[in-house]
Design a protein around this ligand. Structure first.
Ligand code: ADP
Length: 604
């Protein structure tokens, strides 16, 4: 382990392990099979990369996507680790070069697709040269229970046979037990050690609001993150195009991404995002698979995903570097309706599961508890703190209203007075005393419940109606989402049940502790200056900026402000090779800035 720790410092510039990394690395170096389940950003890649550097011989990594392989191999080379990949995007000449490197035993890590590693020619070659360890990345692809089953992964069951009982490590971010058991079985692992981390992503700041004026809501988030990278997810392609056009017209630096575009256009936009020529990508959820960009600082959902599994996976693309990232979800009751109708053609059993997941997602949106707690509970884990300090609830952005029972009773009575024949928008208009023509024509201004909540804006009351639905006091029926009062709703009318109703807080909300901590001691202008230097290096080398240095390393530089190479090596995320390559230029930038601004250097 000592050797591994030295490697971690030398190549990656990290002097501590992230949770479970040490145990996962021990398994590799001891030759014990393992299944490592860590959330996105949990540091899974280092679990096999660091031991691979210390071991004799070659480690083979099986990975499902060319883009993922490319990203990891580029990052390893940047750190000075001899790594390569073989995939269909390489020319015959490039492939030959990798073959010679394998034969000459010059490589430490080789990335391959599942099809390739079990192909005859490769098995022969690798048998001759020897394989010391096999890492299966994104191992949930083995399982039909996972969200991304890949039939090619099933063939990996052969590995134990063809490579004479080689040690295997399987790595995934998918939590559920069926998937874990399936991985062990399909890969014929021997007594694998199961290392299962916490699924909490403490650096993600979750915020949920009902969709009102979506352009205004989205722009507010973008304005909080000027110059930073982010993703906006829309449910449909046409929404992607519309939102992108409107944002571009307002001067935001955006590009679209969806399956209706040509491969070429999609690739161009994805590359522009990765290399930070474009700040914000507006996309359907097709975007993000296979993207390792570590510094996505905000992620916006303009519609509700169909399950918390999807939400967890999509938000997983933010804040992979462990620094804060804001995840805003704007939902509406209509989203629930859209998903429900899309699910109407499913087989009954599958539909039951999908509907269950959909209602849990909707409960999450409308529910009034800590978002981190709610997500973790869904995945069967508990949060070990009372206040996460990283969601709209814990930051006090939403208040529970005091007179929730009376307010709910007013709403439910109005639904009954309207004879359970109208939807949420109409009911909210009646309650707030609107003079809309249709209300007057229907003589609903004569109802006793008309204008009962006229002290509030219509969108606030509409919000409460959604919240009552999310907590099962009201249900929506039929094609037009007509409101009906449920049994629980009747109990509320009798005063026997009290719902929780939320509204935006009147007082200013707190700033998340995650944000305060990650910026502590960092000179923000120096950070910006260093970002520019990093961008110039990245452009010159033709690699993404975050592969040169992650945001976490840049912030640590802007915190420590090193004046010498020795001090520069103390920065988290600066290993020896990166120090040799970029030390001079980064140190010069730090020195210039500190001199100009009379700022102290070498801060501990
Ligand atoms: P995953 O594959 O689990 O999503 P990665 O392997 O991409 O996670 O790691 C996420 C981020 O954490 C990367 O920026 C990586 O460099 C960083 N990281 C990994 N291990 C450590 C460590 N021991 N100390 C600090 N940062 C680390």
């Amino acid at each position: 382990m000592e050797h591994i720790q030295e490697t971690l410092v030398k190549y990656w510039g990290y002097d501590n392990f992230l949770p479970l990394q040490k145990q996962a690395m021990e398994c590799v170096s001891r030759g014990q099979d393992s299944i490592v389940v860590l959330p996105t950003g949990g540091g899974k890649s280092l679990c096999f990369q660091a031991p691979a550097v210390t071991m004799q011989g070659l480690t083979v990594v099986v990975s499902p996507l060319i883009s993922l392989m490319k990203d990891q191999v580029d990052a390893l080379k940047e750190c000075g680790v001899p790594a390569a990949r073989i995939d269909s995007s390489l020319s015959a000449y490039e492939q030959q070069a990798v073959f010679s490197a394998i034969r000459d035993k010059r490589l430490k890590l080789l990335y391959l697709s599942p099809e390739r590693i079990v192909s005859d020619g490769f098995v022969e070659l690798l048998r001759k040269t020897g394989v010391s360890f096999i890492a299966i990345d994104e191992a949930h692809c083995v399982s039909m229970w996972g969200h991304n089953f890949r039939p090619e992964y099933r063939q990996l069951g052969l590995l134990k046979e063809v490579f004479g009982d080689v040690t295997i490590g399987a790595y995934t971010a998918t939590a559920i037990e069926q998937v874990r058991n399936d991985i062990a079985e399909q890969l014929h692992l021997k007594n694998p050690r199961m290392l299962i981390g916490s699924f909490d992503r403490p650096n993600l700041v979750y915020k949920v609001r009902r969709r009102a004026n979506i352009m205004k809501q989205v722009c507010a988030v973008l304005d909080r993150h000027k110059g930073e990278s982010g993703i906006i997810y829309c449910i449909r392609r046409k929404d992607v195009d519309a939102m992108c056009a409107q944002l571009a017209a307002k001067g935001y630096n955006v590009a679209p991404y969806h399956a209706g575009m040509t491969d070429e256009d999609r690739k161009k936009n994805q590359d522009s995002f990765i290399t930070e020529k474009v700040e914000t990508i507006v996309a359907t959820i097709a975007f993000g698979m296979g993207i390792d960009k570590s510094n996505v600082r905000y992620l916006i959902h303009t519609g509700m995903p169909k399950s918390l599994e999807h939400y967890q996976q999509e938000t997983g693309r933010a804040g992979r570097d462990g620094l804060e990232a804001e995840c805003c979800l704007f939902y509406s009751g209509g989203d629930y309706g859209i998903w429900k109708s899309l699910m109407s053609d499913m087989e009954p059993e599958a539909q039951k599961i999908a509907m269950f997941k959909l209602s849990r997602m909707y409960n999450y949106c409308t529910g009034g508890v800590c978002r981190h707690k709610a997500i973790l509970r869904y995945f069967g884990q508990e949060l070990d703190k009372n206040n996460c300090s990283a969601c709209d609830m814990c930051l006090g952005e939403l208040d529970c209203i005091d007179d929730a029972l009376q307010t709910a009773q007013k709403i439910l009575s109005c639904v009954l007075r309207l004879e359970q024949r109208f939807g949420g928008g109409y009911t909210a208009s009646v309650l707030t005393g609107s003079h809309e023509k249709r209300i007057l024509e229907n003589k609903h201004d004569e109802l006793s419940t008309y204008g009962l909540l006229s002290n509030y804006e219509k969108h606030t009351v509409h919000d409460w109606i959604e919240q009552l639905e999310g907590q099962d006091y009201i249900e929506k029926v039929g094609e037009y989402n007509i409101l009906n009062v449920t049994e629980k709703g009747w109990q509320t009318l009798k005063g026997k049940e009290t719902p929780r109703l939320l509204r935006p807080a009147q007082k200013t909300a707190k700033v998340s502790k995650v944000i305060i901590d990650s910026w502590e001691g960092v000179d923000e202008n120096l950070f910006e200056a260093l970002r520019k230097v990093r961008a110039a290096i990245a452009r010159k080398k033709g690699v993404p900026a975050y592969i040169v240095f992650g945001d976490a390393a840049l912030r640590d530089m802007a915190r420590r402000r090193p004046s010498t190479t020795e001090r520069f090596l103390e920065v988290k995320g600066v290993g020896e090779i990166k120090c040799q390559q970029y030390g001079k230029v980064m140190l010069a930038a730090v020195r210039d800035y500190c001199l100009t601004n009379s700022l102290e250097m070498d801060v501990d």
